[in-house]
Design a protein around this ligand. Sequence first.
Ligand SMILES: *Cc1c(COP(=O)(O)O)cnc(C)c1O
Length: 456
Amino acid sequence: MRTIIEPFRIKSIEPIEMSSPEMRSEWLTEAGHNLFRLPAERVLIDLLTDSGTAAMSARQWGAMMAGDESYAGARSWYRFEETVRRVFGFAHVVPTHQGRAAERILFGCTVNSGDVVPSNAHFDTTRANIEYLGGHAVDLPCAEAADPTTDEPFKGNVDLAALEALLDARADDVPLIMLTITNNTGGGQPVSMANIRAVAELAHRFGKPLYIDACRFAENAWFIKQREPGYAGTSIPEIVHEMFSHADGCTMSAKKDALVNIGGFLCTRDPSLAEREKNLLILSEGFPTYGGLAGRDLEAIAAGLEEVLHEDYLRYRIVSTAYVVDHLHDAGVPVVRPAGGHAVYLDAGRFLPHIPALQYPGQSLAAALYQHAGIRGVEIGTVMAGRDPDTGAERPPQLELVRLAIPRRVYTQSHMDYVVEAIVEVFERRDRLAGYRITDEPPFLRHFTATFAPLG
Ligand SMILES: *Cc1c(COP(=O)(O)O)cnc(C)c1O
């Protein structure tokens, strides 16, 4: 069959409040033309993020009822710990309330002021946690990552020559190496097994541990199975095991590939590091057998980590993202290619070439998609890049993008058909879209709260 169906039936639904373009124009003005300021009820299809927005299964909800809320040594903790050990293969597991808490604890135990932490590309909370400690977060993406128009299979890879050069020059300042799979910042692009292996070999040659930012580990494993020679016959759990066998530990936001709404964890093979991490954990997150989570959350994560490895789920997940990207590409809409795992990235710079960077083409496109069809995406361009902290000048990034992140198991193919149709309609009248100016902005992370006014 050519049609790949959602591998689930819907048992519980959440109504979408319908609205008209006229109503949304008014709401957009009320929100200062910033989609972060919109009440979610005013959105038809919410593609702001895939983080914490998954639909849970009946099995997960059932497991939550069985959650053990004992403070220490709860049954749910042992189930969670056993599952994480089995899936990832690390001896020591530290639960946290979300991914950034795992990052803060790992770096709090390993990074000192002046240190350098290389990665294929750091996620923004990872970078912020390293910089908060006075460290430098260095991105070393492979060369193919820079061109959004080519179909290279593993654009999430690390530039190995650049990593080796950095280690040759400054090994003493490098406490650990990070690897983000899939590469969120770079378009949800996967990292190959060969690259993971090579990064680990380099790291270990210099005596450095490799930590994987594991948020989308199952999606990455699916890409390896599909695209990397030699893995077509290997099961997803085996691929996951092999990926992590090269690493010394990982950080995880369970809000992504654990199919839950909150949670995270941190793993390591190093018993003395695990002790220090648990001491920090007690200070801010909680006792080491719950780490800021309820017993029911630990149950839902354990069940989610098993469900996310099912091939039917992963096929549906990756195919539905590619479905949107391929239809848009066929209609001539500029998109980042190839399709990544969790999101569709519109290339607003090529979509709206008549709007200069400092009139925010991504902001204009995101606002137009909301006004036209009630779809909420996020600008990843000049607005999000913000200002140089030293000069105060705006620093446009290489690409002006709008990210449409796809929540897991939430929307159906007809929702995605609607998204494609809406984007194509906006594309057909792109000449009529104008830029924006900022009317008010905070000093940091301005994209969350800034207000805008349309030009012209
Ligand atoms: C979401 C995310 C994080 C941070 O996790 P939170 O649960 O949001 O704190 C870290 N790294 C990557 C790649 C992510 O996508």
